[in-house]
Write a protein that binds this ligand. Structure first.
Ligand code: GBH
Length: 470
């Protein structure tokens, strides 16, 4: 690693937001409480063979019942901001029609608890838990769902808007469209390229319509959260100045269009990249993109939330079939890099984050950026000594420190960075991997629901106190 990622002072601008993130299905549990209906993730997780060990979110971290203790813990850790998501089927069980006030009561209590602790809420309206009733009507392959998201956004704002000023419409539309409807490793588990591409468009339309509804109701700060990575060849990953063959450059461009520009250009520029339109045309056609949709999608968005874990490494490989999660990637190989790996087997490449942020800030200078997720799963071990129980997760602390330094490097290079949120506050339900992968800075013992701050959490408290690495 270059030395700026391992040593020296890295103090952040005044007002930089520090916090941690979670998502409803991953932590709440209480799957049948107070009128909540099933989401696509309940259905998927209860289907044998879909999630490791048959794990479900039925109980998860039981945060629904333990939120007050969890907020107390956040305060002890010095968090200034907390990003959480709202369970749509808790608030509006059928995804349309009547609102369930008991569902909103929970978020009302949570927001009040956060206010009491001096922690700023960052609300994500949709983090993949679509009401099953809407999926039964076509889910995100139907444009109706985009309109339903806007209605739901308005209902949540009506209840919480007096105390919440930061609203994210969607978490990672790419992941839900292409892993949910393309490769099928996420709910709803469909495997059809044309459906995935349609879903992607309807997510963007949903973002635009929900943004219009929130804006009209008075929302202050509106954000779209995307999973984003720099797209590089193995050679470029090792040396940013590496020369690319024409075929490799084309592979990089095509995947960058699918991953990054497909989401950002419609929202921030009102147009799709040509490359994406060509791919959509070859997979079911363009009929679902109606006149006026791009104007609806191109709404002022204050912040782009960036969830970064690792770079996306590709190269030209003639004859390669398209990856099921990546329609239109014929002749491209999704490759690895020579780097240490996390327990997810994801490579640890902090330079990818600085590179990504500097590039996005240069290409989309009109929008602020916030790292809304960054973190790592490792094999944590709970040890005991005279002072009590500990998780000495030096690997996670090193991951977080090097990535924070990468964010700082991006700030120095002029990127408009507004904050950094760790994924995740708590160990939680890691989707298709179940509880087997731990991303928390706080350890959760699922048998007792006991929370134990890991060493990384104690280190992070110091970072927040110093506004960086002093
Ligand atoms: C985030 O998504 C989620 O928002 C969060 O809920 C989750 O718990 C957290 O990260 C940790 O997983 O090359 O086709 O295999 C995960 C972001 C983006 C990571 C896609 C895996 C691989 C795509 N993911 N990436 S592919």
């Amino acid at each position: 690693l270059p030395s700026y990622l391992t040593e020296g002072r890295a103090v952040f601008p005044e007002g930089f937001v520090w916090g941690a993130a979670t998502a409803s299905y991953q932590i709440e549990g209480a799957a049948r409480d107070d009128g909540r209906a099933p989401s696509v993730w309940d259905t998927f997780a209860r289907t044998p063979g879909k999630v490791a060990f048959g794990h479900t979110g039925d109980v998860a971290c039981d945060h629904y019942h333990r939120y007050a203790d969890d907020v107390r813990l956040m305060r002890e850790l010095g968090l200034r901001a907390y990003r959480f998501s709202i369970s749509w089927p808790r608030v509006q069980p059928d995804g349309t029609g009547p609102i369930n006030p008991r569902g909103l009561d929970f978020y009302d209590r949570l927001v009040d608890e956060l206010a009491g602790a001096g922690i700023t809420p960052y609300v994500t309206l949709y983090h993949w838990d679509l009401p099953q009733t809407l999926e039964d009507r076509g889910g995100w392959t139907s444009r109706e769902t985009a309109h339903r998201l806007a209605d739901y956004a308005e209902a949540v704002y009506a209840r919480l808007g007096d105390r919440v000023s930061n609203w994210a419409t969607l978490n990672e539309p790419w992941v839900q469209a292409f892993l949910g409807y393309g490769s099928g490793i996420h709910a709803p588990g469909r495997t059809d390229a044309a459906s995935a591409l349609r879903a992607a468009h309807h997510f963007l339309l949903g973002h635009g319509l929900a943004t219009q509804a929130l804006r009209a109701a008075g929302a202050q700060e509106i954000m779209l959260v995307i999973n984003s990575s720099p797209v590089v060849t193995p050679a470029q990953s090792a040396d940013p100045a590496a020369e690319l063959s024409e075929a490799d450059a084309e592979a990089v461009h095509r995947v960058d269009c699918l991953l990054n520009k497909q989401m950002l250009d419609p929202v921030l520029r009102g147009s799709y990249p040509e490359e994406v339109l060509r791919i959509v045309e070859r997979h079911g056609g363009l009929d679902h993109i109606h006149d006026g949709d791009l104007a609806d999608i191109h709404q002022r968005t204050d912040l782009i939330g960036i969830n970064y874990y690792n770079p996306c490494v590709v190269r030209s490989s003639p004859g390669e079939p398209a990856n099921p999660a990546w329609p239109g990637t014929e002749d491209i190989l999704f490759d690895g890099v020579d780097a240490p790996k996390t327990a997810m087997d994801w490579p640890i490449v902090p330079t990818g984050l600085s590179r990504l942020l500097v590039r996005l800030s240069a290409d989309y200078p009109e929008v602020g950026l916030m790292v809304t997720e960054n973190g790592a799963a490792f094999e944590d071990v709970v040890t005991k000594d005279a002072t009590g129980e500990h998780v000495h997760d030096t690997d996670r602390t090193a991951y977080l420190e090097s990535h924070l330094r990468a964010v700082h490097a991006a700030v120095e290079a002029g990127a408009d960075m507004r904050g950094y949120l760790v994924w995740s506050l708590l160990d939680n339900f890691e989707w298709a991997e179940g509880y087997n992968r731990r991303f928390g800075i706080v350890h959760v013992d699922y048998a007792t629901q006991r929370r134990l701050p890991k060493d990384s959490a104690l280190w992070y408290r110091g970072v927040i106190r110093e506004n960086g690495l002093a």
